[in-house]
Design a protein. Structure first.
Length: 209
């Protein structure tokens, strides 16, 4: 069964509650989504492996800790996932960035692929797939399957808000992929929107509604 972690950090909860409000404008919404992504990345990378390295400070030689093992890659699901990229890159600037483009069919609510561009060595990296919303789970399940089909083995999924239906679908389809969730909401409505949610994250990030 997949590891599912709902973030309990006070700053994450505070900022999510703030951007849920319909009166928050595009500029502020975009900025805070980026901040939430950075805070979530901090929590989601807590178990990355370290190795000892010898360094010289202005005072003396010493041994410190630095990240070891696999390098990192960041894969936003277009388009809303782009809103989380800068916040994560501010903590992990050396991470490579790929993109997966999916849109949701308005009738079936199922994902349709229109773009996929990944780092050449993505299969050798620890990959963070990001999307602000996990609603039906269709896009996330499809995106992760695309990565697995291309040889990617080490995958984590980060979302700001999730519905129980999406979490269940994800854990059933990809039990090997840990989920990091900012807030777990109540359910999906008849239009497959998360309740209480925050509306369409892509429209609010890019000001297209």
């Amino acid at each position: 069964m997949a590891e599912v972690r709902v973030m309990d950090h006070p700053l994450i909860q505070h900022k999510i509650t703030y951007i849920r409000q319909e009166g928050v404008g595009t500029t502020e919404f975009r900025k805070i989504v980026s901040e939430i992504a950075g805070l979530m990345c901090y929590e989601a990378t807590r178990d990355l492996k370290l190795e000892d390295v010898k360094i010289k400070t202005p005072i003396c030689e010493t041994t410190g800790k630095m990240l070891s093992g696999k390098k990192l890659a960041l894969i936003p699901i277009l388009r809303a996932g782009l809103g989380m990229v800068d916040g994560i890159l501010s903590l992990i600037p050396a991470a490579k960035v790929g993109h997966i483009g999916l849109y949701r069919d308005p009738e079936t609510h199922e994902p349709i692929e229109y773009y996929c561009k990944l780092p050449e060595d993505c299969g050798e990296r620890e990959v963070f797939v990001v999307d602000p919303m996990l609603a039906t789970g269709g896009s996330a399940v499809a995106a992760i399957q695309m990565l697995k089909d291309k040889g990617v083995k080490n995958i984590r999924f980060l979302c700001i808000i999730a519905a129980p239906e999406g979490v269940e679908r994800m854990t059933q389809a990809h039990p090997d992929v840990p989920l990091y969730i900012g807030a777990l909401d109540v359910h999906l409505n008849e239009n497959a929107y998360i309740v209480p949610g925050l509306g369409d994250a892509g429209d609010r990030i890019f000001g297209t509604k």
